[in-house]
Design a protein around this ligand. Structure first.
Ligand SMILES: *Cc1c(COP(=O)(O)O)cnc(C)c1O
Length: 384
């Protein structure tokens, strides 16, 4: 292994999360695993086959590039749904590969119909409705021309889904806005039905909505963050605990463990500065460990003098500035550390754990951002 750190992905953790979610939503609702952002940093090529081995057969991506990655590793029977960006010139490719496409404006619809005609093959589409987020999706005023186009092109499109996305279901501050969106979705759906447009399935819920607004689950839920073992926000976890007082342990298990090793040890005398500049002065004689991970590997410079890692099952504080490739940690009180010993940056070691959440509190990055910023080139390995 040439790399300075690796990321382990736990199969049993994913199995537990899926079990928990199945107990919550039942067996009749399909789960689409959301794998944009390189599967939230876990690595599409590792996560997709792993999820498939645990019964997941539907994957949601943002871009054509991500869809292309999934096609390299997925089972033939699994479905890929593209919710975001694909250039018009790649639509024929997507249709030929059986990728299902979000349609959120007239231009995209026209381009998809053209590509379907070119392929002489129906495009499978999901119509996205604007219900109040004001991002992508058809507004009510656009439904007439949408219907007209669809009814003129029934040979070229199959309406697989009708969908929308909520503007911040992870925060109760948005409760009113989300509730309005739920009502709006039903209104627009009925409006379309009255014009002769019906979809095979309806899907609107992300992780937070699936947990807090059961009526949003419909036929399929698009689950990202919970599958990876994180609560969408603290609030959602608190809500869940209030609704389920018998559950004492966190039912979600983190999949990732990010680890490195001690590269070198050094003894520093009281009064000396450690690392660049003068941000850290040894208050006593100290033993420090050099860890070959820095901000170039996704360990934020904001963690200078504040982060913590685990060595020998004990916490070791980051001291001084996090460098590009290297950081120093305090080993006083952790005397029997050797060169080569395992260092955990995120995850569990013996009885201690660095959760991404506590990492996040230190750096002010939400889980989503921290995970997706884990560099693609750190090797991922699946463990039991
Ligand atoms: C990212 C995303 C999801 C999944 O969100 P989580 O909060 O991670 O569950 C669902 N739907 C859409 C449209 C998304 O962009």
């Amino acid at each position: 292994m040439f790399h300075t750190s690796i990321i382990e992905i736990s199969k049993s953790a994913l199995a537990q999360n899926i079990q928990f979610l199945r107990n919550l939503i039942g067996n009749d609702i399909r789960i689409s695993a959301t794998v944009k952002g390189n599967a939230y940093g876990h690595g599409i090529q590792y996560y997709v086959p792993l999820a498939e081995s645990l019964g997941i057969d539907h994957f949601s991506v943002f871009s054509a590039e991500e869809a292309h990655h999934i096609l390299q590793v997925k089972k033939p029977e699994s479905t890929v749904m593209l919710m975001g960006m694909i250039a018009d010139e790649h639509l024929a490719w997507a249709i030929a590969k059986g990728i299902e496409l979000y349609i959120f404006d007239q231009e995209r619809l026209d381009a998809v119909i053209q590509a379907a005609q070119k392929n002489d093959q129906k495009a499978v589409i999901h119509l996205e409705l604007e219900t109040g987020m004001n991002r992508t999706g058809f507004k009510e005023a656009e439904l007439d021309s949408l219907c007209k186009t669809i009814l003129e092109n029934v040979n070229w499109i199959q309406i697989r889904g009708l969908c929308t996305h909520y503007a911040g279901a992870e925060s109760t501050a948005n409760h009113q806005r989300v509730s309005k969106q739920i009502v709006r979705f039903t209104q627009l759906k009925q409006r379309l039905a009255s014009m002769g447009i019906k979809a095979e399935i309806h899907h609107t819920a992300c992780s937070a909505a699936s947990i807090c607004y059961p009526e949003t689950r419909m036929d399929m839920v698009r689950l990202g963050i919970v599958m990876y073992g994180f609560w969408p926000s603290k609030e959602i976890y608190e809500n869940f605990k209030a609704l389920n007082p018998t559950v004492t342990d966190d039912p979600l298990k983190r999949l990732i463990k990010w680890k490195s090793q001690v590269m070198s040890l050094k003894f520093v005398k009281k009064g000396e500065f450690i690392g660049y500049g003068s941000s850290y002065m040894a208050a006593t004689d100290m033993t420090i460990g050099l860890i070959p991970v820095g901000y170039a590997y996704g360990f934020s410079r904001n963690l200078s003098n504040t982060g913590t890692v685990l060595i020998n099952g004990k916490r070791a504080d980051v001291i001084g500035i996090v460098n590009m490739n290297l950081m120093s940690v305090n080993l006083n009180g952790n005397e029997d550390v050797n060169r080569g010993d395992e260092v955990v940056l995120i995850g569990q070691q013996k009885n201690e754990e660095i959760s991404v959440a506590s990492f996040e509190e230190l750096t002010n990055q939400p889980n989503y951002e921290l995970l997706t910023r884990l560099p693609h080139n750190i090797p991922r390995v699946i463990v039991e």
